[in-house]
Design a protein around this ligand. Sequence first.
Ligand SMILES: Cc1cc2nc3c(=O)[nH]c(=O)nc-3n(C[C@H](O)[C@H](O)[C@H](O)COP(=O)(O)OP(=O)(O)OC[C@H]3O[C@@H](n4cnc5c(N)ncnc54)[C@H](O)[C@@H]3O)c2cc1C
Ligand code: FES
Length: 286
Amino acid sequence: MYRILSKEVLAPRIKSFQIEAPEIARKAQPGHFVIVRLDKKGERIPLTIADHDTDAGTIELVVQEVGRTTVQMGLMKQGDYIMDIMGPLGIPLHIEKVDCVVFVAGGLGVAPIYPKAKRHFEVGSHVISLIGAQSRDLIIMRDRMEKVSHEVRYSTDDGSFGHHGFVTDILKEILEQSTKVDEVIAVGPLVMMKAAAMVTRPFGVKTIVSLNPIMVDGTGMCGGCRVTVGGQTKFACVDGPAFDGHQVDFDELIARQSRFLEQEKTAMQSFLEPSSGQEECRCHRG
Ligand SMILES: Cc1cc2nc3c(=O)[nH]c(=O)nc-3n(C[C@H](O)[C@H](O)[C@H](O)COP(=O)(O)OP(=O)(O)OC[C@H]3O[C@@H](n4cnc5c(N)ncnc54)[C@H](O)[C@@H]3O)c2cc1C
Ligand code: FES
């Protein structure tokens, strides 16, 4: 059992949890994730370790409420217990000093990007961070990203903050300038990562994306997180989640991502509406 030490609302439907997990905190590195099961009937969902404190024995998980389990987790409070947290999982990102690294974060992608930007900043790379969101109120972890970046630029889809448009517009602008960019690391919705890889391709800039396919066991056994990279089948949980963005078959992955939509809808309904399923509504949303 893992105790929630504190909870903070970062933006509408996005919450951060500090969780007591000394063994995981001791091993956590940028790029690692965990698989969480909230209670004995719960499904298993992957969440990135957004930060960790080895001395305090804590990890931070940042959660966006999109469906049954994330909504259920969003309702948990300080002092509550999470039944299982398995990890750290995945291959940590290899980070060494480069002249210039550009981070591209879309929406919740800031949370997985933060530990990677922090480590690059610590080892002395010049860090440029580009943060995009639908609107100003959905930009999260701004102070922390500004602390670990030499330059931060923002974009919003509705123009409420920073550049009016997509974060990839700013990426293109930067690559067109003479600045030498050694690598780009993009994390966010699949369409955003695909767009980032398309922007960097003509410039020949190494581009790492962190994939978020549906995962079940996190051990490479169930096949749930299968992705095609460079024509080969890979499993994001054990071979990733970071891959060369120029090699990923994004179209296949985007199609696979929606294959459980009906089941996800049913699970959410049975959680929210007691009459539609056997379970009682626990969200207290009226
Ligand atoms: C390696 C990895 C790290 C992740 N890190 C984080 C994180 O730090 N914070 C966070 O909030 N989320 C993260 N995710 C996504 C998170 O796992 C999903 O949002 C979650 O599984 C949804 O579960 P649910 O029961 O709430 O929603 P579901 O009912 O399962 O799904 C609801 C909606 O979310 C979409 N969805 C489901 N699974 C995923 C997924 N894996 N990625 C993107 N969209 C999905 C579905 O298509 C559907 O539209 C990560 C995913 C991976 C693979
Ligand atoms: S989650 Fe099962 S193979 Fe990756």
